[in-house]
Design a protein around this ligand. Sequence first.
Ligand code: 3PG
Length: 212
Amino acid sequence: MRTPFEEALKNRIIPVVAIHAAENADPLADALIKGGLPCAEITFRTQAAEAVIRTLAKRGDILVGAGTVLTIDQAKTALDAGANFIVSPGFSEKVVEFCLDQAIPVTPGVCTPTDIQRALDLGLTLLKFFPAEATGGLKTLKAICAPYTMMNLIPTGGINANNLCDYLAHPQVPAIGGSWMVKSALIAERRFDDVTRLTREALALAATVSAA
Ligand code: 3PG
């Protein structure tokens, strides 16, 4: 049976959110759901992250993950708030081991073969490739995936409507992550119709690429 996180990956896009005002949590979730993407990675880059995760987790109609999880304390906070999955920008053995113990899906960030090797040692086969574009983009991703045919990578960092299809066409890329359809400014200015429109556009683009 698929976990809810695996189900969410079927949409092939994970919106990465830095949200500053907890009162924008519900309208953001409504906008994403209306756009067809009932999933959000709420990053611990703002004070509001915990409250937003809690609010979204209570709804039950959207899968909520915690992003930018740098420490075990943040992972505990995320879990307590009801997060369904944990994402880190880098590879922390401590955070990964904590999440494995708690049986919560964890996707740490990697950008070198050494990082991937360490993840493999802990039994992980789904990782975040971050920062994708700054690390060399698709060319680098292809090169570092090649020896690790058992690995799947979720590229994040610099992904948008212009390049998402190129990444999704790679057989080891089940999904991409990005903030372009949920930019902090869009949320702060309460431009939720734009969130819905950009989300729909992103999903329509992803649908043109056959599943990895
Ligand atoms: C992340 O934390 O995953 C990234 O900051 C998202 O990258 P982006 O803002 O370039 O999409």
